[in-house]
Design a protein around this ligand. Structure first.
Ligand SMILES: [Fe+2]
Ligand SMILES: [Fe+2]
Length: 336
């Protein structure tokens, strides 16, 4: 389970959960005229007091009272986590748009909503294909995020929450945010394309779920040719997992071609840059950057500057114009 609207670090959250079975959420998550599928508690001295019952309609009075009480946090029982995550997902558009909520709290809410969806999508126990209900939720979430992503400070605030985490879905989220923001620097007024590419970026490595995890923790040079071949099959396996979904062409291309390179040295097709759509080039680059800067066992994590230097040194692997755009986006967010 991921943390919460207002919890501190993950360690603190799990300690807290062990102690009380409750996790912190921000009072900003109480939206008047919405119903919460979770009970909310206040902490008074050392006791948790019921503030709003599951299924109760939140009202302006609820919100005002919270303002008067000056509470920093509300609490939700861990068993209600799914209800809380669904509530944030369902109301994300209002939350992201609400200028009375500090941007950081909105970024945190976005992360809560997205992590729970992405984690579900990448769960191995599910039937092999991703179901339509989950897919539709991801599609809606990305669509509802576009306006927030277009803010100048979005990446800076979001990166506080999305830069950590070594699981496949964390990498999917990090790559998706960066890909959409870089793509938005030259794709204007085409939300359908941004959403289609965003879904492809989030799910680009989902085919890895069908391969033994141990393959991905070893160095490429130490793998046999057959093992390298298995790794190279993950884009096609990913398309297979998503085959029952009504995916746009652009999403499928993102999943299938995210390891292609400008000079034709990539896989699976070995197509050169001029044959690749620009959104695939953006994804290929942001995927590389996220891989280099994200913690993964057995590999040294690079700083943003080191990662960009490494990418620059991989001559002709990535499109130069896209790299300039990535650098511009990162420096605007004060990341590199
Ligand atoms: Fe990949
Ligand atoms: Fe990847």
């Amino acid at each position: 389970m991921e943390s919460t609207a207002s919890a501190g670090n993950g360690e603190e959250t799990s300690k807290q959960k062990k102690n009380s079975g409750l996790f912190k959420v921000s009072p900003y998550m109480v939206i008047p005229s919405r119903v919460g599928g979770f009970s909310l508690y206040l902490k008074q001295d050392d006791n948790f007091v019921l503030y709003a019952e599951k299924g109760e309609l939140f009202t302006d009075a609820h919100k005002e009272r919270l303002g008067k009480l000056d509470v920093d946090h509300l609490y939700v029982k861990t068993e209600d986590y799914a209800g809380y995550a669904t509530y944030v997902q369902d109301n994300i558009l209002d939350l992201l748009d609400d200028e009375t909520i500090p941007v950081r709290e909105r970024a945190r809410a976005w992360n809560d909503a997205t992590v729970s969806l992405a984690r579900e999508a990448f769960t191995k126990n599910l039937p092999k294909s991703l179901d339509r209900r989950r897919f539709k939720k991801i599609q809606a979430l990305i669509h509802n995020s576009l306006k927030f992503f277009s803010r100048d400070d979005a990446l800076k605030e979001l990166s506080r929450f999305i830069k950590d985490g070594s699981e496949l879905f964390h990498h999917g989220i990090g790559t998706m945010v960066l890909t959409i923001i870089v793509l938005s620097s030259f794709v204007k007024n085409d939300p359908d394309l941004l959403v289609a590419v965003g879904i492809g970026a989030m799910l680009h490595d989902i085919g890895k779920l069908e391969l033994p995890e141990s393959l991905f923790t070893r160095r490429w040079d130490n793998l046999s040719q057959a093992e390298q071949g298995m790794i190279k099959s993950h884009p096609a396996l990913g398309v297979g997992i998503c085959s029952s979904l009504p995916l746009p062409q652009e999403t499928l291309q993102c999943i299938l071609f995210h390891h292609e390179r400008e000079d034709g040295s990539g896989y699976p097709s070995g197509a050169v840059g001029k044959l690749l759509p620009s959104y695939v080039k953006v994804l290929a680059l942001c995927n590389e950057y996220d891989n280099l800067t994200r913690h993964e066992s057995g590999r040294k994590i690079l700083t943003p500057f080191e990662a960009l230097t490494r990418i620059k040194s991989m001559r002709n692997a990535h499109d130069e114009d896209m790299l300039k755009r990535l650098i511009a986006v990162l420096s605007k967010a004060e990341i590199a």
